[in-house]
Design a protein around this ligand. Structure first.
Ligand code: FES
Ligand code: FES
Length: 79
């Protein structure tokens, strides 16, 4: 399995909608960050499905090293 790579060393601000499912890119290779576009193919990595329980503003991890997937937990500051 390949290692995740940082798409950027900062989170992505996004407003999720209640009841909608999102597929967060865990591999860092997607061209549609912070979401999966299928580019993980061959890496052994897979996206993380996230179901929004309410409409709200969130910060998706862009560095892919967070301990609180799929959200930023500040780990990018240590990279
Ligand atoms: Fe990164 Fe799918 S493109 S998990
Ligand atoms: Fe990954 Fe903040 S962007 S922990």
């Amino acid at each position: 399995m390949d290692a995740p790579i940082p798409a950027q060393k900062a989170p992505y601000n996004f407003t999720v909608e209640e009841g909608k499912r999102y597929f967060w890119c865990a591999c860092g290779r997607s061209g549609s960050q912070p979401f999966c576009d299928g580019s993980h193919k061959g890496t052994g990595l897979t996206p993380l499905a996230y179901l929004a329980e309410k409409t709200e503003e969130v910060w998706f991890c862009g560095c892919k090293a967070t301990g609180g997937k799929p959200f930023c937990d500040g780990t990018h500051n240590t990279l």
